[in-house]
Design a binder for this molecule. Sequence first.
Ligand code: NDP
Length: 269
Amino acid sequence: MSDTKKIDVSRDFVDGLFDIKGKVAIVTGATGALGGAIAVAYGMKDAKVVLTARNEERLAAVEQQVKYEGGDCIVVPADPSDPVAFAKVIAAAKKAYGGIDILAVAHGYNHPQNILEQSVEDWSYIMDADLKSVYIVCKQVAEEMAKAGKGGKIVVVSSARSKMGMAGYTGYCASKGAADLMVQSMACDLSSKYGINVNSINPTVFRSDLTEWMFDPESAVYKNFLKRLPIGRLGEPYDFVGMAIFLASPASDFLTGGNYDATGGYWAC
Ligand code: NDP
């Protein structure tokens, strides 16, 4: 090489950018469309995956797929809004794999209702499912990561709806907007002091049991969405995994407190 100043990017660094091999990853909502895709993808990237959600039958099916693809995983059923139950997920992760490096928070719930027809109990249920539970799992995992002193990555699945209102969404939009701000605040609490990166992924419409009906090309909902989607189609769960790997891997070491757009351009126009 010439004696001009050498550019500070090494081959080893670039080769390892998306490497999560051997990392221990807890995935909440592992029975869902996005959580399931994340769990399978992390397994394929040779992470050790802790699958958690409430539905044991569906957890067993995801476990089977992760293992079929050669991945290493355990299953720990738990409701993420129950701190006692979630503590058991952490204990199981430590017992099986020795610690926690990555938390992907992919559980969530919505039941759209006009505020005039919604009870306070129904609204609170959404807030617990989409916000309080996110706080509980992030807090408990962050405590473990801070104690272990090795840093970590927390990836919260929020929503494009965190930044915009919608009819019937007083619970969902409020909880997701608050989750985005919680991600930013957790980054302030955890990143420089403990080396824990905290970011969210904010999706529009990805195929799941709940959104399947929106994928009918003849429906008005589908046509209206496409008018505002520069990418020209709705999302499939596999479209989500690149971002989920990126934010769990060294490639995102300089990113924290971010709410990252996985919208196919919905926020752009
Ligand atoms: P799914 O409906 O496919 O899965 C939802 C997951 O959350 C399941 O694992 C379910 O597990 C769990 N869950 C459901 N209700 C509750 C509850 N009350 N408390 C705790 N956990 C619950 O959804 P997606 O995979 O599509 O969604 C994952 C995340 O992505 C959610 O936060 C959602 O808001 C967000 N999102 C999804 C979009 C999409 O288009 N798919 C768009 C924008 C955001 P179990 O019942 O076994 O506990």
